[in-house]
Design a protein. Structure first.
Length: 123
């Protein structure tokens, strides 16, 4: 939905923008702590944990990989996507000793199509 909405926004604003709006998404799975942090009028809702840090690093990689999304291999497996659905790459992640396997998604619309093609079973 982000890709579709950004495309629509770019069409709407094409006369006001020098370049189209672009985006990058990093997706990883894991345990996090979420909640309000701060004091009185300075509260912010946030998420903390290794999974958040890795997702942020993956999102940053979208720029150098010229793609709209980067997904960790753990997330691909959890989502039930086939191993040959997306290109595989091994990368170094700052703050991690071992390299990580990722999947590169050139267009977020591709990811949306892969997910909507899956049989969804309610538990």
């Amino acid at each position: 939905m982000i890709a579709a909405n950004v495309d629509e926004l770019n069409l709407f604003l094409k006369h006001d923008l020098r370049e189209p709006i672009q985006f990058g998404i990093g997706i990883h799975a894991g345990e996090v702590i979420i909640g309000d942090i701060g004091y009185r009028d300075h509260m912010v809702f946030t998420a903390l944990g290794d999974a958040v840090n890795v997702a942020a690093r993956l999102q940053d990689m979208t720029k150098s990989l010229a793609c709209e999304a980067v997904i960790s291999e753990e997330m691909r497996v959890s989502a039930g996507l086939a191993a040959d659905d997306l290109p595989r790459q091994e990368v170094a992640i700052r703050g991690r000793a071992e390299p990580m396997i990722i999947r590169v998604v050139k267009s977020a619309k591709t990811l949306s199509a892969l997910i909507s093609d899956m049989d969804v079973v309610a538990a």
